[in-house]
Design a protein around this ligand. Structure first.
Ligand code: FES
Length: 109
């Protein structure tokens, strides 16, 4: 499973909320890294097949990591740094706001 390379290198942490549960994560982590650290590999459902999707590229290319952050859907978890008090929800249905099309999100899977 996901393990930090240097878990004691920076002891500063902050609290975020993932699916209504408080989670402490190191400062500077991306939301995707925080989700993985908390054991959440399933970050959204495929819009076409309904199958579980999760972080893949960790560099803003694949769009597999879309989550709701502070009430805004379809945010790329891998490209967003955690902030104290941030509220994250894993998406279980199609987002209603502007974002990539369902076809772009599923890559034919
Ligand atoms: S994991 Fe690929 S865009 Fe975020």
């Amino acid at each position: 499973m996901f393990q930090p390379l240097s878990p004691d290198a920076d002891s500063a942490s902050l609290e975020i909320w993932i699916d209504q549960q408080p989670v402490r994560v190191p400062c500077g982590y991306s939301v995707a890294a925080a989700l993985l650290l908390a054991g959440h590999r399933h970050q959204r459902d495929s819009l076409l097949s309904g199958r579980p999707r999760g972080t893949y590229c960790m560099m803003g290319v694949c769009y597999e990591c879309l989550v709701e952050i502070d009430g805004i859907e379809n945010r790329q978890a891998c490209m967003t740094e955690v902030e104290a008090g941030m509220v994250i929800r894993r998406q279980r249905a199609a987002g209603q706001q502007d974002g990539p099309t369902p076809e772009a999100l599923d890559h034919g899977h």
